[in-house]
Design a protein around this ligand. Structure first.
Ligand code: ARG
Length: 653
């Protein structure tokens, strides 16, 4: 049973009549932090006391009086200033755990009113190297798609690939001028990606070189302004301290830009090949933009090239997804919406939402300085126009009720404007959310990069994870008391599962909004908050059944009575019964780390249980069977939980 939801419902009933809006207070019913105070705690009496002017303990008393949880909990206790402590009844726990044993959904009740949720994730830009940022979107998006589905919603996983952007102008430009035909024949995507990087780098070089004098002047000017300000402060005007702080930050940022631009300009000039290309193509950026414009205008030659480039690029992406066990219901790239863009702008204009501004067409959102540009001065449509067309399509054609965008936090402003425009445009019934996430950082706390300076390519990252995992699998197996158990192919398969699981879990268990520091050691730790630890817990339980030669299925069929005498048994049963709540909260908060946190806690609780309670060696037959049932349930909670995160488990490790 989704116990927390049920308790909140009961509190809602009890609160009705005591206050105007019970739902404000029901969220204050939570799992207890400390098991000594029970299993759940409600601290709504304190704020209610403030509102009603009554003593919170009195409010708590009144609430408890009205609260009907008698078949779920022991009589509630009021503690301290007015905390209401709830302890789940042992007989309820026994009955519910028995029920779970025969329930494939592990006690989770699906939602009564399913919604159609479109989840937009992964969405890499085709032909540009895919990097850890896209991995984060892919992994978080896939986990959310799975959990929403489990919850009972209809989910459309949509990979909104960037297949129409300016990178194609650069690639076409590169293809015409710098193609290595042999390399292209052998590995088309690698060659296209090399061309993209080459053109992008040379364009960046010219841009930086051209901008340097002005940036240097500006830096000098700001430095002087800062020096003057500091003098004023030194003379006693403390009110300028805030301004100086801001200016100091600005100077630091400018200095950083100037020095990194200088370094990049020097690096290109020091590289014979790059320097030659740069010297021979001073207007490479302009030329690339022109190629993009020709493609968008329907030029036959560029269109043919685009059609040639796209399939192998998509195939490489597909192979990464296949390896990661990720699939989409739709892969509708930006190009799919091109025929609809003019209609979008027209509709916005007709509704008076968009207006001309210096030759461009913009939507102005109140309280926002920057306009949402839907058509540029040169007539080109934008990322914004495409996203608006996509919303229209998802509502009109797919009948979506909700859209989640699993995208980098740096696009926050874009999505704020997008959702507001969509609401005003007529899609106010649709729920929109930017499921944003932070940056993956390297050891130096800067965006994760390899030594060569490239953002880490995805495939090499996956390979490295598997290689490292293999080391751990070998070591673990070699150290087994009765000698190694795994043959070569099993070891390889386990390493793949552990390595990829580790990568995914590393992304999922951090609060998605925060940046996090990438660490191989933490990722593959066998005794920390890692996939390895959970996979290990799972394999260990299956080992118990193997050693005892007991079939999990027949155990379930036998439906043994659950006995919760030991504290560790009760704690484990309670933890298992929180599975449904963990799934619910993951959906409500759209945070996979709620589920990982739950699994980690439960794995720890299982560890304590396993260290204090004998299972196979238990002499009392009833207790032995009950403990085996708890083991089976724990393994199923880990397996299902990992599956909802898109992580495979291992029978043996
Ligand atoms: N292709 C974009 C990028 O790599 C992300 C697209 C996200 N989805 C969307 N509907 N805007 O930055």
């Amino acid at each position: 049973m989704n116990l927390l939801a049920e308790l909140r419902r009961r509190f809602h009933q009890a609160l009705d009549g005591i206050c105007d809006d019970p739902s404000e207070y029901t969220s204050m019913v939570r799992p207890a932090q400390d098991a000594r105070f029970g299993d759940f705690q409600a601290n709504c009496a304190m704020p209610l006391g403030k509102v009603t002017g009554k003593n919170p303990r009195e409010v708590a008393g009144e609430l408890v009086e009205r609260l009907d949880v008698s078949e779920l909990c022991d009589p509630p206790e009021i503690a301290g200033p007015g905390f209401i402590n709830l302890r789940v009844r042992d007989d309820w726990l026994v009955a519910e755990t028995s029920r779970m044993l025969s329930d494939p959904r592990l006690g989770h009740h699906a939602v009564e009113t399913p919604r159609h949720v479109v989840i937009d994730y992964s969405s890499p830009n085709v032909a540009k190297p895919m990097h850890v940022g896209h991995l984060r979107s892919t992994v978080i998006g896939d986990a959310l798609a799975r959990v929403f589905r489990f919850q009972g919603h209809r989910v459309t996983a949509d990979n909104h690939v960037g297949d129409w952007g300016t990178q194609f102008g650069m690639i076409i430009q590169g293809y015409r001028n710098f193609l290595d035909p042999e390399a292209y024949a052998a590995e088309p995507v690698a060659e296209l990606s090399r061309l993209y990087r080459l053109v992008n780098r040379v364009a960046g070089y010219h841009d930086k070189r051209a901008g340097l004098p002005a940036n240097r002047d500006r830096l000098e000017e700001r430095r002087q302004a800062l020096a003057e300000l500091e003098e004023v402060i030194a003379e006693g005007d403390k009110s300028k301290k805030g301004d100086a702080k801001k200016l100091r930050a600005e100077v630091a940022a400018l200095a950083e830009t100037v020095s990194s631009d200088e370094a990049e300009v020097a690096a290109v000039e020091a590289d014979a090949e790059l320097a030659t290309v740069a010297a021979g193509h001073p207007d490479i950026a302009e030329a690339s933009r022109a190629e993009t414009a020709r493609l968008h205008a329907g030029d036959a030659e560029n269109r043919a090239l685009w059609e040639e480039f796209l399939p192998p690029c998509l195939e490489v992406m597909e192979s990464v997804y296949r390896r990661l066990g990720i699939s989409f219901d739709l892969t509708l790239g930006e190009s799919h919406y091109q025929p609809m863009l003019a209609g979008v702008v027209e509709s916005l204009q007709q509704q008076g939402l968009a207006s001309d501004s210096e030759g461009a067409v913009c939507v102005f959102i109140e309280g926002n300085d920057a306009p949402f540009i839907v058509r540029k001065t040169d007539g080109a449509f934008t990322y914004a126009t495409t996203d608006l067309a996509t919303i229209r399509y998802r509502v009109e054609e797919l009948d979506a009720d909700e859209m989640l965008y699993v995208v980098d936090a740096r696009q926050g402003e874009h999505f704020r404007l997008l959702f507001e425009t969509a609401r005003q445009w007529g899609y106010s019934d649709v729920e929109f959310a930017h499921v944003s996430f932070g940056t993956v950082l390297g050891d130096d706390r800067r965006p994760f990069k390899t030594r060569s300076g490239d953002t880490v390519g995805l495939e090499s990252l996956l390979d490295e994870a598997v290689t490292r995992a293999r080391g751990i699998v070998d070591e673990n197996d070699d150290q087994k008391p009765d000698g190694p158990e795994l043959d070569e192919s099993t070891r390889a398969a386990v390493a793949e599962t552990v390595g990829l699981g580790g990568i995914k879990y590393a992304d999922l268990h951090h609060n998605r909004e925060s940046d996090y520091q990438f660490s191989w050691d933490k990722m593959l730790a066998t005794n920390g908050d890692s996939a390895t630890y959970m996979q290990y817990a799972c394999a260990r339980i299956l080992g118990i059944f193997r050693r005892g030669e007991i079939s999990r299925e027949s155990l379930r069929d036998e439906a043994p009575a659950i006995v919760l005498e030991d504290d560790a048994e009760r704690a484990l049963a309670m933890a298992l019964n929180r599975f449904a709540d963990a799934v619910d909260i993951t959906v409500v908060e759209r945070r996979p780390n709620v589920l990982t946190g739950y699994l980690f806690e439960t794995a720890n609780t299982f560890s304590t249980f396993y260290n204090t309670c004998s299972v196979l060696k238990e002499e009392d037959p009833a207790r032995r069977l009950s403990r085996l049932a708890l083991c089976d349930l724990a393994a199923r909670v880990f397996e299902t939980g990992l599956e909802l995160l898109g992580i495979a488990s291992c029978d043996q490790m």
